[in-house]
Design a protein around this ligand. Structure first.
Ligand code: TXA
Ligand code: MG
Length: 350
């Protein structure tokens, strides 16, 4: 396929064309408040198959179905419990995905053969407009090659999947930057399957009970494999904020800093600051773009500063850990090349 068209999402004719492509069984990448999604008609197994092919995603990894209004639930799911209703009332439209018992109308490919389906009602106006105009629920994983860092702007999608989608709707950078929180009330207890933009505390407050935080359980959430969100450059999480790593001699290393460093450490060729004030919302918004920029420098290793696993910090650390487990150390090559790097809000050079 030739390079996808990138159209401004603000133009109504872009939405109309995108909706036509979805109805015709094609693939459209579109912005949501969390990350860009790679969308297809959720009720059309052939269209859904194209998502797996484009992303090189294993078919045992189920997709999230996106809807614009609750009426669409009737088509997709069986009974909805009162706790699920409370969560919908509190967080929809928004970055919360619920695992619900599926109806036979949902193709098995969408759910990887599970008896449940993941459903989310995004708040982003472009996602809403596209789903409404298409008139069908849209299955959409993050619009990146399987296992790589999720996309938070149209350029990220173009770089990874540009020759595999029919159209990219450019709606600018995603306002939240990490994926939706996934909650399941299917088992005996409420479970957080993936930490995300809605925090554990917010979910617990609405439910009025403690929610179990799922550890890596590939059988429950197959997509929550340890290997995910990975940069090509190996990444190590530092034991604590502002700890100086032991850097191999001649290695070219980069730092993903949570907040503005107090001193310029010239052992780093590149430093990305997620938020100069250490604000977790800003850090989450910048996380994937910063990882991609560091990864593009072909350094030997990246070091990431950890944050407290409170609030959004739980989602940020989840993504960093999956990035860190998945890549093996590369042999450092001697190099003296200095790199100038835009470090989020700070500019550091060596
Ligand atoms: O913010 C988001 O959720 C983004 C945007 C595009 O909406 N989407 C997203 O999709 O992150 P994806 O495919 O990258 O992640 C979907 C996750 C996977 O971990 C998958 O295993 C899990 O949802 N999932 C899907 N269906 C499931 C089910 N029936 N039971 C348990 N987990 C499920
Ligand atoms: Mg993903």
């Amino acid at each position: 396929m030739r390079q996808a068209q990138v159209l401004p999402a603000s133009a109504p004719e872009s939405i109309r064309l995108a909706a036509e492509i979805i109805r015709g069984g094609g693939l459209v990448a579109f912005p949501t408040e969390t990350v860009y999604g790679l969308g297809a008609n959720a009720l059309d197994p052939d269209a859904v198959a194209k998502i797996f092919e484009a992303k090189q995603r294993p078919s045992f990894d189920p997709l999230i179905v996106h809807i614009a209004e609750r009426l669409s639930l009737d088509l997709l799911v069986q009974e909805i419990g009162s706790a699920d209703h409370r969560l919908m009332n509190a967080f929809w439209p928004g970055p919360l995905t619920l695992i619900l018992p599926k109806r036979a109308t949902v193709p098995d490919l969408v759910t990887a053969g599970l008896s449940t389906v993941a459903v989310r009602m995004p708040a982003h106006s472009v996602a809403q407009a596209l789903i409404r105009e298409a008139g069908v629920p849209i299955a959409a994983p993050s619009a990146n090659l399987f296992g790589y860092v999720s996309p938070t702007c149209a350029q990220h999608v173009l770089a990874g999947l540009g020759d595999r989608v029919d159209l990219i709707l450019d709606g600018g950078p995603c306002p939240l930057g990490v994926e939706s929180t996934i909650v399941s009330m299917i088992g005996a207890r409420a479970e957080l399957l993936r930490p995300g933009s809605v925090t554990l505390a917010e979910v617990q407050e609405v439910l009025g009970l403690a929610v179990l935080v799922a550890s890596h359980q590939p059988l429950v959430a197959p997509g929550q494999l340890p290997r995910h969100y990975a940069t090509r450059t190996p990444l190590t999480i530092l034991p604590a904020h502002r700890v100086r790593p032991v850097v191999e001699e001649h290695a070219r290393v980069g730092l993903l800093a949570l907040s503005a460093p107090r001193h310029i450490d010239d052992r780093f060729c590149a430093v990305e600051v997620l938020s100069s004030s250490g604000d977790l919302r800003e850090a989450a918004r910048n996380l994937f773009a910063a990882l991609r920029r560091l990864d593009a420098l072909s350094l030997d290793r990246l070091y990431a500063e950890p944050c407290d696993e409170e609030g959004l910090g739980l989602a940020i650390m989840d993504r960093l850990r999956r990035c860190a487990v998945s890549n093996q150390p590369k042999t450092p090559e001697p190099s003296t090349a200095a790199t100038t790097v835009l470090a989020g809000s700070t500019r550091l050079t060596r």
